[in-house]
Design a protein around this ligand. Structure first.
Ligand code: NAP
Length: 279
């Protein structure tokens, strides 16, 4: 039976640390502020934004919400970002994705001042991740690295297989594992013999977006399994990309869904926002 890597436990410890750092900054007369922009009525985005606001309150970060209507133009959104880039009370800017289809997401990401880009999606920060010299790390992969560290799981020399190559999870995840001296492989929908690849993994990260995609026969005995997926199963229940009940019998460590990677993502957003002030 695998040991559970609890995002709730790691997150609580990290949030305590962040709270102390915010209080220290406050004592020095510095406030910490995060602007969160949401465009349109996507209900999942609404839930994420509310959770982010709540987490900010918990650690003493000021959150400023900009809820814009679906019909907001790209020019209007870029104007708001320019205004926030120049606002000294705003240390971090987050524009909740996805945006309505008439808005070019990359243009919006590019407009955020890289020193306030707490999602680390701006090409400037992405470039720094490639170099291995970072200011901000993308929240989900950074949260996974924190969890591995917390549970003393060494990456050095390990075969790490990441399923998924998105810009927000798969690719940066691979770079962070590489930085920690893992031997890294990225798989995707065109990978041939996926099972052969995953069976070689000491550390397997699933970021696919398909419920129960990783089955026990794809996992090596004793592997560390990290489940990034957030899916709904046939009953509408939240579940990951991993067939948890079967895989946990084989893995040495495993993250559950919910309660695994999810809580860490928001915590690392808080970390980046505090860091924006500390730097
Ligand atoms: P994404 O952009 O849709 O990327 C999915 C990746 O999976 C793609 O690279 C795709 O390959 C690959 N893939 C799809 N079908 C595959 C198959 N049959 N075999 C191998 N690879 C396959 O998704 P994402 O944004 O990275 O997110 C992935 C999952 O993580 C989603 O469930 C999302 O909700 C969740 N997520 C969770 C958190 C959190 O905080 N817990 C944060 C972010 C995302 P191609 O590139 O070839 O299409």
């Amino acid at each position: 039976m695998a040991e559970i890597i609890s995002g709730k436990i790691v997150s609580a410890a990290k949030r305590e640390e962040i709270k102390t750092r915010v209080a220290r900054l406050n004592e020095q007369g510095k406030s910490v502020g995060l602007a969160v922009i949401i465009v349109g009525n996507n209900s999942a985005s609404r839930v994420y934004v509310n959770n982010k606001k709540k987490a900010c309150e918990e650690v003493g970060i000021n959150s400023f919400e900009y809820a814009l209507p679906e019909e907001t133009t790209q020019a209007e959104l870029l104007d708001l970002i320019a205004q926030l880039n120049n606002d000294p009370d705003v240390n971090g800017i987050l524009c909740q994705l996805p945006l309505p289809s008439h808005i070019d997401e990359q243009a919006v990401i590019n407009a955020i001042d890289p020193s306030k880009d707490v999602d680390a999606f701006h090409p400037f920060n992405v470039g720094h991740i490639m170099i291995g010299d970072y200011t901000f790390l993308p929240c989900t992969p950074a949260g996974i690295m924190e969890m591995l560290k917390f549970y003393n799981i060494s990456v050095k020399g390990k075969k790490c297989v990441v399923i998924g190559r998105s810009n927000i999870v798969g690719k940066p995840m691979a770079m962070l594992l590489l930085k920690e001296n893992g031997t890294v492989e990225i798989c995707h929908s065109r990978t041939e013999n996926l099972k052969e690849e995953t069976l070689s993994a000491d550390i397997l990260v699933a970021a696919v977006g398909k419920a129960y995609f990783v089955t026990a026969d794809m996992v090596k005995e004793g592997a560390v399994v990290i489940d990034v997926g957030m899916n709904r199963n046939a009953e509408g229940k939240l579940c990951g990309d991993v067939d948890y009940d079967e895989v946990e019998k084989k893995a040495s460590f495993i993250t559950p869904v919910p309660g695994g990677v999810g809580p860490m993502t928001i915590t690392m957003l808080l970390e980046n926002t505090v860091r924006a002030v500390e730097l």
